[in-house]
Design a binder for this molecule. Structure first.
Ligand SMILES: [Cu+2]
Length: 159
């Protein structure tokens, strides 16, 4: 399967695709990952995003909340307290090696690339879930080789 080499390091894959990062930088470091029609209504002062604090470690993910509501706006404040770089993907569970990093990014509702999450680093991800996701359908995950297998995933629900 060609996926094995492709998923060897996500950071390598990310380096080949700087476009998203450049856009994120241009957008003021806020990577918005909203599905069509989901939560992109004009922000009003009374429509502040709900802050979600996500902490990455070697090799775990903790979040201030793991249950969400469709179409609400969330602002994920992501911190990497680990000694290694990590990434954060919001996507359905994917077994390691089954998908390329690119395919996972196409599937993901939101991504913070590893280059933006060095040890001690942090990043912000704005996200609105387009619909409900029952238990088992969605998770926060780091798919850098070996990290997911080591337990760096956190199931979430949207209902
Ligand atoms: Cu990781």
């Amino acid at each position: 399967m060609p996926c094995a080499a492709d998923s060897a390091t996500v950071s390598a894959g990310a380096r080949q695709r700087p476009r998203l990062g450049a856009l994120a930088l241009a957008a003021g470091l806020v990577l918005t990952a909203c599905a069509p029609g989901g939560g992109r209504a004009a922000a009003s002062p009374s429509d502040e995003p709900i802050l979600v604090h996500v902490t990455l470690a070697d090799f775990a993910i903790a979040s201030s909340q793991s249950a969400f509501v469709p179409l609400k706006r969330y602002r994920f404040i992501v911190r990497n307290d680990g000694s290694l770089a990590h990434e954060l993907l919001v996507l359905p569970p994917v077994k390691p090696g089954l998908m390329t990093p690119e395919a996972m990014r196409a599937l993901a509702l939101g991504v913070v690339e590893a280059r933006n999450l060095p040890p001690g680093g942090g990043h912000v991800l704005d996200l609105a879930f387009d619909k409900a996701y029952p238990a088992g359908a969605l998770e926060l995950a780091c798919h850098i080789l070996g990290h997911y297998e080591a337990g760096q995933r956190l199931p979430i629900v949207v209902r």
